[in-house]
Design a protein around this ligand. Structure first.
Ligand code: NAD
Length: 256
């Protein structure tokens, strides 16, 4: 896909991997719309990249529909959607540090339902747009996590949200086949972003020690490069790509 002048929505682009993706797509000539709850961060990234920002809380369906509608009106047709927005937190279910049920629901609402909602809104619009090469209309990239497969301790809601992303990847690619919309998911390992910096230092040391190669965390730019590759390779569809230096999440007891 030629990115020059192509409309793109990147959710979660105020920070981390979404931010790197917005920068990469904008540098390649895409017209980028940022959808993020962090209004100030989104505005800063927009100012630095020439993107436009449409703040909203993805856990709020009405606000999401409004923000995505405005983003489509501003940069549409949106042929690239990258769903990076997410919350990642340790959420023990039992014990003294147990989190309220509402918080577990919010994790699922943002990471899983919020992603599905944005996908639905953009797909509905793309269905009305003219098809390009080989009948293709666009490409979507969702974001899972090693948690979808490896079940980190005290992360049941997060793991479920990311497992849901993995499960719906092929289902969406099949449903959108007749529309020419490709859907793929990147499943990152540990990436050096604000989200992971809050994890206990000993755990981050373990992550690096237990990563076969290279022995470090991923850089947000490496994630953005993968997004570019997915955009470029038209035969890549319905896939979940692990981008994690072959790391697997170890078992820790308790943490609650
Ligand atoms: N960093 C890692 O090690 C790692 C590993 C695996 C998966 N992931 C996933 O990658 C994605 C990007 O994470 P990151 O590491 O760049 O994190 P990050 O915290 O740097 O960025 C996440 C972005 O999502 C936005 N966001 C959070 N809640 C939102 C809401 N309710 N509505 C709209 N926007 C919201 C935040 O404002 C932020 O800009 C997330 O889905 C995360 O779960 C991260």
């Amino acid at each position: 896909m030629n990115l020059q002048g192509t409309g793109a929505i990147v959710t979660g682009a105020a920070s981390g991997m979404g931010r790197a993706t917005a920068v990469t797509l904008a540098q390649a000539g895409a017209r980028v719309a940022i959808v993020d709850i962090n209004e100030e961060g989104a505005r800063e990234v927009a100012a630095a990249t020439g993107a436009q920002s449409f703040p909203c809380d993805l856990a709020d369906p009405a606000a999401t529909a409004k923000a995505v509608g405005r983003a489509i009106a501003a940069v549409g047709p949106v042929r690239i959607l990258v769903c990076c927005a997410g919350v990642g937190r340790m959420e023990p279910i039992v014990g003294p540090a147990a989190v309220p049920f509402d918080q577990l629901v919010n994790t699922l609402a943002v990471n899983l339902i919020g992603t599905l909602h944005v996908v639905k809104l953009v797909a509905a619009d793309l269905a009305t747009r003219v098809a390009l090469e080989e009948g293709g209309r666009g490409v979507m990239v969702m974001v899972a996590s090693g948690a979808a497969f490896d079940g980190p301790t005290a992360s049941a809601a997060y793991s479920a949200s990311k497992g849901g992303i993995v499960s719906m990847t092929l289902a969406l690619a099949r449903e959108f086949g007749d529309l020419g919309i490709r859907v793929n998911t990147i499943s990152p390992g540990a990436f050096a972003t604000p989200m992971i910096r809050g994890a206990p230092a000993a755990m981050l040391d373990d992550v690096i020690r237990m990563t076969p190669f290279p022995k470090r965390m991923g850089a947000p730019e490496e994630f953005a490069e993968m997004v570019r590759y997915i955009c470029a390779n038209r035969f890549l569809n319905g896939s979940v790509i692990r981008l994690d230096g072959a790391n697997r999440v170890p078992y820790y007891s308790g943490l609650g």
